[in-house]
Design a protein around this ligand. Structure first.
Ligand code: RIB
Ligand code: CA
Length: 324
């Protein structure tokens, strides 16, 4: 367990404005619920992108999650329905045909916002002060890249991009070389890593070092709330794929690492490195090429996380999801 003193009293924190860009996805769901449960974070909006499942489902799923958290105040936007250049690749084999398989869901009562996610993201950032907004992309980077290309004036407005994606020491999870979010839209990832915005990356190198246990999933269900029950059902469905693939006792839960970092950065350790994205080779398309030992002479463009206090990560999620 984390030392109890490690969790600040929730009443005396300053809030951090964030935009979550997402392709829910059960692990996205836990990231979204964790953010909505945490008063340190002001979720300005949720922008959806095609990824784990097509856009009509990622938007439906984001609305369902806002309803589950009783946060109808958080606007949800539809973004890009396909990557910038490559055809869309989805992951129903992992997330199920709806993207949120596991629990029974009704159709959402909440409605999407009319504005396109990229337009809203640009307008919101242009209306912010410099360094006021953090963007948390936890799916393919298509929306974020298009916003950067369409309106470069947003760059100084972004405090950090804290993204789940990529892999280096552990390789890929879609091909031997590439992780899913970057593989689906490598051209978008290339634009983001070249943008000059301060980036913190939660790659497979760190997410694979915090594997769920059945005990922890049981503790989620034992919270006794609808959020706890549905979170446990989603993760029990979701972890089976990785357990079979890796032969491990539990699966990684990738996307909440971005939100946990915002809440308790001390849970993570990493290194400032230069990352380049492969956008041409059929063999290594979408590979995040990490210059970990500074051999390439390029300035670092991101903090690449490789260390995590796994117990602290799971304790934080359990503690916060119980607040919803
Ligand atoms: O590779 C893991 C990432 O791909 C996660 O964001 C998961 O939701 C999928 O989008
Ligand atoms: Ca995701």
């Amino acid at each position: 367990m984390r030392p109890r003193g490690a969790s600040r009293s929730l009443s005396d924190v300053t809030t951090r404005k964030i935009i979550i860009d997402t392709d829910p996805g059960q692990d996205d769901a836990i990231a979204i619920l964790l953010a909505l449960a945490s008063p340190e974070l002001e979720v300005l909006g949720i922008t959806c992108v095609a990824g784990n499942v097509p856009l009509p489902l990622t938007t439906r799923n984001a609305l369902l999650l806002c309803e589950l958290a009783d946060r109808g105040d958080v606007p949800v936007f539809a973004g890009c329905a396909r990557p910038m250049i490559r055809p869309l690749v989805t992951a129903e084999e992992v997330h199920g045909k709806t993207g949120l398989d596991g629990p029974e869901w009704d159709e959402p009562r909440l409605a999407l916002q009319q504005a396109h996610a990229v337009d809203w993201m640009i307008d919101t950032l242009l209306g912010a002060s410099d360094g006021e907004v953090t963007i948390c992309p936890i799916g393919p980077l298509t929306n974020v890249a298009l916003a950067l290309v369409r309106e470069p004036r947003i760059v100084p407005k972004i405090a950090q991009i804290v993204t789940m994606g990529g892999g280096y020491f552990v390789g890929g999870n879609v091909t031997p070389a590439a992780e899913f979010n970057v593989y689906v839209d490598p051209h978008a990832a290339d634009i983001v890593y070249r943008s000059g915005v301060p980036i913190v990356t939660m790659p497979l190198d760190v997410t694979h070092r915090a594997l769920m246990s059945h005990e922890w999933i049981t503790q989620l269900a034992a919270i006794g709330t609808e959020v706890g029950r549905k979170a446990a059902q989603m993760l029990a469905f979701y972890e089976r794929f990785d357990m079979e693939r890796y032969g491990s006792k539990g699966g990684p839960v990738h996307d909440p690492a971005t939100i946990a970092f915002l809440l308790e950065p001390g849970l993570y350790g990493g290194k400032d490195v230069h990352v380049a994205v492969e956008t041409a080779s059929p063999l290594t398309m979408g590979m995040t090429v990490v210059d970990y030992w500074g051999r390439g002479g390029e300035d670092p463009n991101c903090r690449w996380m490789t260390e995590v206090d796994a117990d602290g990560f799971f304790d934080l999620m359990l503690e916060r999801l119980a607040l919803l």
